[in-house]
Design a binder for this molecule. Structure first.
Ligand code: PHE
Length: 341
Protein backbone atom coordinates (compact mmCIF):
# COMPACT_ATOMS: atom_id res chain seq x y z
CA UNK A 1 0.00 0.00 0.00
CA UNK A 2 2.66 2.46 1.08
CA UNK A 3 4.50 1.60 -2.06
CA UNK A 4 1.48 2.36 -4.23
CA UNK A 5 1.05 5.68 -2.54
CA UNK A 6 4.69 6.57 -3.09
CA UNK A 7 4.36 5.62 -6.75
CA UNK A 8 1.30 7.77 -7.20
CA UNK A 9 3.03 10.69 -5.53
CA UNK A 10 5.95 10.40 -7.95
CA UNK A 11 3.66 10.10 -10.97
CA UNK A 12 1.72 13.17 -9.87
CA UNK A 13 4.90 15.23 -9.55
CA UNK A 14 5.89 14.36 -13.12
CA UNK A 15 2.39 15.01 -14.47
CA UNK A 16 2.20 18.35 -12.70
CA UNK A 17 5.43 19.62 -14.14
CA UNK A 18 4.18 18.54 -17.58
CA UNK A 19 0.87 20.46 -17.24
CA UNK A 20 1.49 23.77 -18.98
CA UNK A 21 -1.96 25.37 -19.10
CA UNK A 22 -5.26 25.61 -17.28
CA UNK A 23 -7.04 22.79 -19.19
CA UNK A 24 -4.11 20.42 -18.52
CA UNK A 25 -4.27 21.29 -14.82
CA UNK A 26 -7.98 20.65 -14.74
CA UNK A 27 -7.50 17.25 -16.40
CA UNK A 28 -4.89 16.44 -13.77
CA UNK A 29 -7.27 17.44 -11.00
CA UNK A 30 -9.97 15.13 -12.35
CA UNK A 31 -7.45 12.34 -12.82
CA UNK A 32 -6.27 12.47 -9.21
CA UNK A 33 -9.04 14.01 -7.19
CA UNK A 34 -12.15 13.18 -9.22
CA UNK A 35 -14.76 10.71 -8.00
CA UNK A 36 -13.17 7.95 -10.04
CA UNK A 37 -9.68 9.35 -9.68
CA UNK A 38 -6.50 7.74 -8.39
CA UNK A 39 -6.89 9.03 -4.84
CA UNK A 40 -10.43 7.66 -4.61
CA UNK A 41 -9.15 4.32 -5.90
CA UNK A 42 -6.53 4.21 -3.16
CA UNK A 43 -9.27 4.86 -0.63
CA UNK A 44 -11.10 1.82 -1.99
CA UNK A 45 -8.00 -0.28 -1.40
CA UNK A 46 -8.04 0.72 2.25
CA UNK A 47 -10.92 -1.67 2.75
CA UNK A 48 -8.61 -4.64 2.48
CA UNK A 49 -6.56 -3.41 5.43
CA UNK A 50 -7.36 -3.34 9.12
CA UNK A 51 -6.29 -1.86 12.41
CA UNK A 52 -3.19 0.26 12.77
CA UNK A 53 -2.14 -0.43 9.22
CA UNK A 54 -5.44 0.90 7.86
CA UNK A 55 -5.22 3.98 10.05
CA UNK A 56 -1.65 4.75 9.00
CA UNK A 57 -2.39 4.25 5.31
CA UNK A 58 -5.54 6.38 5.57
CA UNK A 59 -3.53 9.20 7.03
CA UNK A 60 -0.94 9.05 4.29
CA UNK A 61 -3.62 9.02 1.60
CA UNK A 62 -5.24 12.07 3.16
CA UNK A 63 -1.90 13.83 3.20
CA UNK A 64 -1.42 12.93 -0.43
CA UNK A 65 -4.87 14.29 -1.26
CA UNK A 66 -4.23 17.62 0.46
CA UNK A 67 -0.81 17.84 -1.14
CA UNK A 68 -2.26 17.26 -4.61
CA UNK A 69 -5.02 19.83 -4.01
CA UNK A 70 -2.56 22.46 -2.86
CA UNK A 71 -0.08 21.76 -5.63
CA UNK A 72 -2.77 22.10 -8.30
CA UNK A 73 -4.06 25.32 -6.75
CA UNK A 74 -0.57 26.81 -6.55
CA UNK A 75 0.21 25.79 -10.11
CA UNK A 76 -3.05 27.44 -11.27
CA UNK A 77 -2.14 30.69 -9.53
CA UNK A 78 1.37 30.65 -10.92
CA UNK A 79 -0.04 30.14 -14.40
CA UNK A 80 -2.46 33.10 -14.05
CA UNK A 81 0.32 35.33 -12.81
CA UNK A 82 2.63 34.34 -15.63
CA UNK A 83 -0.15 35.06 -18.11
CA UNK A 84 -0.71 38.54 -16.62
CA UNK A 85 3.00 39.26 -16.73
CA UNK A 86 3.11 38.19 -20.36
CA UNK A 87 0.17 40.48 -21.13
CA UNK A 88 1.86 43.42 -19.45
CA UNK A 89 5.10 42.71 -21.26
CA UNK A 90 3.25 42.52 -24.59
CA UNK A 91 1.34 45.78 -24.00
CA UNK A 92 2.73 48.94 -25.56
CA UNK A 93 4.78 50.70 -22.95
CA UNK A 94 3.75 54.29 -22.26
CA UNK A 95 5.41 57.14 -20.48
CA UNK A 96 3.20 58.80 -17.89
CA UNK A 97 5.47 61.82 -17.79
CA UNK A 98 4.89 62.71 -21.44
CA UNK A 99 2.88 65.93 -21.93
CA UNK A 100 -0.64 65.38 -23.30
CA UNK A 101 -1.16 66.68 -26.78
CA UNK A 102 -4.33 68.70 -26.14
CA UNK A 103 -5.14 70.24 -22.78
CA UNK A 104 -8.03 68.40 -21.14
CA UNK A 105 -10.96 70.11 -19.50
CA UNK A 106 -12.85 73.26 -20.32
CA UNK A 107 -14.91 75.78 -18.43
CA UNK A 108 -18.57 75.05 -17.89
CA UNK A 109 -20.76 77.19 -20.18
CA UNK A 110 -22.43 78.78 -17.14
CA UNK A 111 -19.02 79.84 -15.82
CA UNK A 112 -18.16 81.35 -19.19
CA UNK A 113 -21.36 83.37 -19.37
CA UNK A 114 -21.09 84.36 -15.72
CA UNK A 115 -17.59 85.74 -16.23
CA UNK A 116 -18.65 87.59 -19.33
CA UNK A 117 -21.58 89.26 -17.58
CA UNK A 118 -19.41 90.03 -14.56
CA UNK A 119 -16.85 91.69 -16.78
CA UNK A 120 -19.51 93.86 -18.42
CA UNK A 121 -21.04 94.96 -15.12
CA UNK A 122 -17.66 95.60 -13.56
CA UNK A 123 -16.90 98.05 -16.36
CA UNK A 124 -20.14 99.80 -15.40
CA UNK A 125 -18.99 100.22 -11.81
CA UNK A 126 -20.58 97.19 -10.14
CA UNK A 127 -18.78 95.01 -7.61
CA UNK A 128 -19.13 91.22 -7.68
CA UNK A 129 -20.26 89.65 -4.40
CA UNK A 130 -20.35 86.07 -3.17
CA UNK A 131 -23.05 84.62 -0.98
CA UNK A 132 -23.65 81.18 0.60
CA UNK A 133 -26.02 78.61 -0.88
CA UNK A 134 -27.41 77.65 2.51
CA UNK A 135 -29.30 80.58 3.99
CA UNK A 136 -31.95 81.27 6.61
CA UNK A 137 -35.60 82.08 6.21
CA UNK A 138 -35.10 85.71 7.16
CA UNK A 139 -32.70 86.45 4.31
CA UNK A 140 -34.42 84.34 1.67
CA UNK A 141 -37.93 85.56 2.45
CA UNK A 142 -38.68 87.87 5.34
CA UNK A 143 -36.10 90.53 4.50
CA UNK A 144 -37.59 90.50 1.01
CA UNK A 145 -41.05 91.40 2.21
CA UNK A 146 -42.30 87.81 2.05
CA UNK A 147 -43.66 87.14 5.54
CA UNK A 148 -44.24 83.64 6.90
CA UNK A 149 -47.35 81.99 5.44
CA UNK A 150 -47.57 84.57 2.65
CA UNK A 151 -48.90 82.96 -0.57
CA UNK A 152 -45.94 84.44 -2.48
CA UNK A 153 -43.83 81.71 -0.88
CA UNK A 154 -45.64 79.23 -3.13
CA UNK A 155 -43.84 80.74 -6.13
CA UNK A 156 -40.71 78.98 -4.96
CA UNK A 157 -40.94 75.36 -3.89
CA UNK A 158 -38.19 75.36 -1.31
CA UNK A 159 -35.81 72.67 -0.06
CA UNK A 160 -35.72 73.04 3.71
CA UNK A 161 -32.90 71.50 5.72
CA UNK A 162 -33.45 69.68 8.98
CA UNK A 163 -31.64 72.43 10.91
CA UNK A 164 -34.24 75.02 9.85
CA UNK A 165 -32.07 76.57 7.16
CA UNK A 166 -32.79 76.22 3.46
CA UNK A 167 -31.16 76.10 0.05
CA UNK A 168 -31.47 79.56 -1.43
CA UNK A 169 -34.26 79.69 -3.97
CA UNK A 170 -33.03 82.91 -5.52
CA UNK A 171 -30.01 85.17 -5.41
CA UNK A 172 -32.23 87.88 -3.93
CA UNK A 173 -31.46 86.16 -0.62
CA UNK A 174 -28.22 88.17 -0.55
CA UNK A 175 -29.86 91.60 -0.98
CA UNK A 176 -30.29 92.38 2.68
CA UNK A 177 -26.75 91.43 3.72
CA UNK A 178 -25.19 93.37 0.87
CA UNK A 179 -27.22 96.49 1.63
CA UNK A 180 -26.21 96.22 5.27
CA UNK A 181 -22.57 95.63 4.35
CA UNK A 182 -22.14 98.60 2.00
CA UNK A 183 -25.04 101.01 2.55
CA UNK A 184 -26.01 103.48 -0.20
CA UNK A 185 -25.02 104.39 -2.86
CA UNK A 186 -24.45 100.83 -4.03
CA UNK A 187 -23.90 98.90 -7.25
CA UNK A 188 -23.40 95.17 -6.90
CA UNK A 189 -24.01 91.94 -8.74
CA UNK A 190 -24.09 88.57 -7.04
CA UNK A 191 -24.15 85.39 -9.06
CA UNK A 192 -25.19 82.15 -7.39
CA UNK A 193 -26.58 78.68 -7.61
CA UNK A 194 -30.23 78.38 -6.66
CA UNK A 195 -32.42 75.43 -5.82
CA UNK A 196 -36.12 74.78 -6.23
CA UNK A 197 -38.14 71.62 -6.18
CA UNK A 198 -39.11 71.78 -9.85
CA UNK A 199 -40.15 68.91 -12.05
CA UNK A 200 -37.40 68.72 -14.60
CA UNK A 201 -37.91 69.13 -18.33
CA UNK A 202 -36.16 70.83 -21.27
CA UNK A 203 -36.51 74.25 -19.62
CA UNK A 204 -36.79 73.55 -15.88
CA UNK A 205 -34.13 72.37 -13.46
CA UNK A 206 -34.08 72.03 -9.69
CA UNK A 207 -30.56 73.49 -9.67
CA UNK A 208 -29.87 76.60 -11.72
CA UNK A 209 -27.91 79.83 -11.70
CA UNK A 210 -29.01 83.40 -11.38
CA UNK A 211 -27.19 86.67 -11.31
CA UNK A 212 -28.75 89.29 -9.13
CA UNK A 213 -27.95 92.94 -9.49
CA UNK A 214 -28.89 95.93 -7.40
CA UNK A 215 -28.22 99.57 -7.91
CA UNK A 216 -29.16 102.04 -5.20
CA UNK A 217 -28.54 105.75 -5.49
CA UNK A 218 -30.33 109.09 -5.69
CA UNK A 219 -32.91 109.34 -8.51
CA UNK A 220 -32.67 105.77 -9.76
CA UNK A 221 -35.61 104.81 -11.94
CA UNK A 222 -36.72 101.98 -14.14
CA UNK A 223 -35.10 103.64 -17.16
CA UNK A 224 -31.69 103.08 -15.52
CA UNK A 225 -32.58 99.42 -15.23
CA UNK A 226 -33.60 99.14 -18.88
CA UNK A 227 -30.42 100.89 -19.95
CA UNK A 228 -28.16 98.53 -17.98
CA UNK A 229 -29.99 95.42 -19.12
CA UNK A 230 -29.98 96.39 -22.80
CA UNK A 231 -26.30 97.32 -22.69
CA UNK A 232 -25.37 94.05 -21.04
CA UNK A 233 -27.46 91.86 -23.36
CA UNK A 234 -26.21 93.55 -26.53
CA UNK A 235 -22.63 92.96 -25.31
CA UNK A 236 -23.27 89.32 -24.51
CA UNK A 237 -24.93 88.58 -27.83
CA UNK A 238 -22.88 91.05 -29.84
CA UNK A 239 -26.02 92.47 -31.43
CA UNK A 240 -29.10 94.47 -30.54
CA UNK A 241 -31.36 92.14 -28.59
CA UNK A 242 -35.12 92.57 -28.67
CA UNK A 243 -36.54 92.92 -25.16
CA UNK A 244 -39.99 93.51 -23.74
CA UNK A 245 -41.20 94.40 -20.27
CA UNK A 246 -44.33 92.90 -18.80
CA UNK A 247 -45.75 93.63 -15.39
CA UNK A 248 -44.62 90.97 -12.91
CA UNK A 249 -45.30 90.45 -9.25
CA UNK A 250 -42.55 89.99 -6.69
CA UNK A 251 -43.13 91.15 -3.13
CA UNK A 252 -39.71 92.82 -2.95
CA UNK A 253 -40.12 95.16 -5.93
CA UNK A 254 -42.69 97.82 -6.74
CA UNK A 255 -43.37 98.17 -9.58
CA UNK A 256 -42.18 94.74 -10.70
CA UNK A 257 -41.54 93.51 -14.23
CA UNK A 258 -40.61 90.51 -16.30
CA UNK A 259 -37.98 91.36 -18.85
CA UNK A 260 -38.21 88.97 -21.80
CA UNK A 261 -35.87 88.62 -24.72
CA UNK A 262 -36.90 87.24 -28.05
CA UNK A 263 -35.88 83.58 -28.25
CA UNK A 264 -32.57 83.35 -30.07
CA UNK A 265 -32.86 79.61 -30.58
CA UNK A 266 -35.94 79.74 -32.80
CA UNK A 267 -35.74 83.45 -33.70
CA UNK A 268 -39.14 84.06 -32.15
CA UNK A 269 -40.98 81.33 -34.07
CA UNK A 270 -41.66 79.20 -31.00
CA UNK A 271 -39.81 76.08 -29.79
CA UNK A 272 -39.67 73.87 -26.67
CA UNK A 273 -37.05 76.14 -25.06
CA UNK A 274 -39.42 79.11 -25.13
CA UNK A 275 -42.57 77.10 -24.52
CA UNK A 276 -43.64 77.98 -28.08
CA UNK A 277 -44.08 81.63 -27.20
CA UNK A 278 -41.09 83.09 -29.10
CA UNK A 279 -40.05 84.90 -25.91
CA UNK A 280 -37.85 83.83 -23.07
CA UNK A 281 -38.42 85.06 -19.58
CA UNK A 282 -34.88 86.11 -18.77
CA UNK A 283 -34.87 88.72 -16.11
CA UNK A 284 -37.47 89.54 -13.51
CA UNK A 285 -36.79 92.99 -12.16
CA UNK A 286 -38.23 96.12 -10.63
CA UNK A 287 -37.75 99.00 -8.26
CA UNK A 288 -36.71 97.78 -4.83
CA UNK A 289 -39.65 97.92 -2.43
CA UNK A 290 -39.15 100.67 0.18
CA UNK A 291 -39.72 98.17 2.97
CA UNK A 292 -36.84 96.04 1.65
CA UNK A 293 -34.59 99.10 1.52
CA UNK A 294 -35.54 99.96 5.09
CA UNK A 295 -34.82 96.44 6.32
CA UNK A 296 -31.44 96.80 4.61
CA UNK A 297 -30.79 100.00 6.57
CA UNK A 298 -31.15 102.34 3.55
CA UNK A 299 -32.75 105.76 3.99
CA UNK A 300 -35.77 105.71 1.68
CA UNK A 301 -36.17 109.48 1.78
CA UNK A 302 -32.90 109.81 -0.05
CA UNK A 303 -32.44 106.66 -2.05
CA UNK A 304 -34.25 104.45 -4.52
CA UNK A 305 -32.91 101.47 -6.38
CA UNK A 306 -33.57 98.76 -8.88
CA UNK A 307 -32.98 95.03 -8.65
CA UNK A 308 -32.90 92.33 -11.28
CA UNK A 309 -32.58 88.55 -11.11
CA UNK A 310 -30.96 87.49 -14.34
CA UNK A 311 -31.51 83.84 -15.28
CA UNK A 312 -27.89 82.93 -15.90
CA UNK A 313 -28.74 79.39 -16.97
CA UNK A 314 -31.30 80.68 -19.46
CA UNK A 315 -28.82 83.23 -20.70
CA UNK A 316 -26.24 80.48 -21.30
CA UNK A 317 -28.86 78.51 -23.25
CA UNK A 318 -29.50 81.53 -25.44
CA UNK A 319 -25.86 82.41 -25.80
CA UNK A 320 -24.75 78.95 -26.92
CA UNK A 321 -27.97 77.65 -28.46
CA UNK A 322 -28.30 74.89 -25.85
CA UNK A 323 -31.77 73.45 -26.29
CA UNK A 324 -32.07 71.32 -23.19
CA UNK A 325 -31.39 72.74 -19.72
CA UNK A 326 -30.65 69.22 -18.45
CA UNK A 327 -27.35 69.19 -20.36
CA UNK A 328 -25.84 71.64 -17.85
CA UNK A 329 -25.95 69.30 -14.88
CA UNK A 330 -25.65 66.09 -16.87
CA UNK A 331 -21.90 65.77 -16.44
CA UNK A 332 -21.85 64.72 -20.09
CA UNK A 333 -18.41 65.63 -21.34
CA UNK A 334 -19.60 65.19 -24.89
CA UNK A 335 -22.03 68.06 -24.35
CA UNK A 336 -19.90 70.21 -22.06
CA UNK A 337 -16.42 69.89 -23.56
CA UNK A 338 -17.45 71.88 -26.63
CA UNK A 339 -17.07 75.11 -24.70
CA UNK A 340 -13.62 76.53 -24.84
CA UNK A 341 -12.58 79.37 -22.67
N1 PHE B 1 -35.68 86.64 -7.07
C1 PHE B 1 -36.71 86.58 -8.05
C2 PHE B 1 -36.91 85.14 -8.48
O1 PHE B 1 -35.97 84.45 -8.68
C3 PHE B 1 -36.38 87.41 -9.26
C4 PHE B 1 -36.26 88.88 -9.04
C5 PHE B 1 -35.05 89.42 -8.67
C6 PHE B 1 -37.34 89.70 -9.23
C7 PHE B 1 -34.95 90.80 -8.50
C8 PHE B 1 -37.25 91.04 -9.07
C9 PHE B 1 -36.05 91.60 -8.71
O2 PHE B 1 -38.01 84.72 -8.64
Amino acid sequence: MQEKIAQLRGAFKDALSAAKDAPALEALRVEYLGKKGSVAALMQNLRSLAGEEKKAAGQVINELKTGVEQAIKAAGEALAEAELKAQIAAAKPYDVSLPVRTPHGSYHPITLVQREVERIFVTMGFTVEEYPEVVDDYHCFEALNIPKHHPARDMQDTYYLSNGQLLKTHTSAAQNSIMRKYGAPLRAIFPGRCFRNESIDACHENTFFQMEGIMIDRDISISNLIYFMKTMLSEVFQRDVKVRLRPGFFPFVEPGFELDISCLICGGEGCPSCKDSGWLELCPCGMIHPRVLEMGGIDTNEYTGFAFGLGLTRLAMMRYGIKDIRDFNSGSLKALAQFEG
